[in-house]
Design a protein around this ligand. Structure first.
Ligand code: CA
Length: 241
């Protein structure tokens, strides 16, 4: 893939005009961009080149975007931005449940798409910030809550000594909560910390991704050890139930 200091984006889209439009805008924003039009080929390119962000259409030749997502999530935690059809709630829910980090709805503004990719790239490289006072230094800290260890510098999570595999978004959410132990953070705060502000984002994203994190930590909403739901507000790491 073409080298770029802003980061590498793989665009997976089989409509040539749309692929060209998206890649032109991303290149103008200084990203290194590669375009593939086939689902299976996309899986191979992700495996070989580990792009920072995947912009993934759902309707594709060979295998569709959902199957691409299912396959790459077995080996990659890269950011995935899904392109979904307007008003298709099912596509959004399926995409997010398979590990997409965010979505834009067709027809989308190329500027908005670029802004979302930039936000994904920023949070891969910077620390979470919020209005409250972090107990630990965010960004480079090692947070320990019971048997859970969240190492921000190494971007590693361990539970009772065993590594937990999280996607980048799942890690950022967990690290944001862990940086503010025993403090309730609202869905809106978490959305801004992890996805960045500046556009209308869906607070549902926070719930879907935290549900995935909870499953990977082996806990449910009914009996949380680490991630507590705070009714009417959002979530809290640790503390009383
Ligand atoms: Ca398509």
């Amino acid at each position: 893939m073409a080298e770029s200091t802003a980061g590498q984006v793989l665009v997976v889209e089989d409509e040539p005009d749309l692929a060209r439009l998206v890649s032109d805008y991303l290149r103008n924003a200084n990203f290194g961009v590669e375009v593939v039009s086939d689902g299976l080929e996309a899986v191979g390119v992700v495996r070989e080149y580990s792009p920072d962000v995947l912009v993934l259409d759902i309707g594709l030749p060979s295998i569709d975007g959902f199957e691409v997502l299912r396959q790459i999530r077995s080996f990659s935690g890269c950011h995935v931005l899904m392109l979904t059809a307007r008003d298709d709630e099912v596509d959004k829910i399926v995409g997010l449940s398979l590990g997409a980090d965010d979505y834009v709805t067709k027809p989308f503004s190329p500027r908005e798409l670029v802004a979302r990719v930039q936000s994904m790239m920023r949070r891969a490289r910077s620390s979470p910030t919020a209005g409250g006072q972090p107990v630990d230094e965010p960004g480079s800290g090692v947070h320990e809550v019971g048997e859970l260890v969240v190492d921000e510098a190494a971007r590693e999570v361990r539970l009772a000594g065993a590594p937990v595999m999280l996607t980048k978004t799942e890690f950022d959410l967990l690290a944001s909560l862990a940086a503010y132990p025993n403090q309730a953070l609202s869905r809106r705060q978490l959305l801004e910390m992890v996805w960045g502000g500046g556009w209308m984002s869906d607070e549902h994203l926070v719930d879907v991704h935290l549900a995935r994190v909870r499953r990977k930590l082996g806990e449910g909403a009914a009996n949380p050890r680490y991630i507590h739901t705070v009714r009417g507000i959002g979530y809290r790491m640790g503390g009383r139930s």
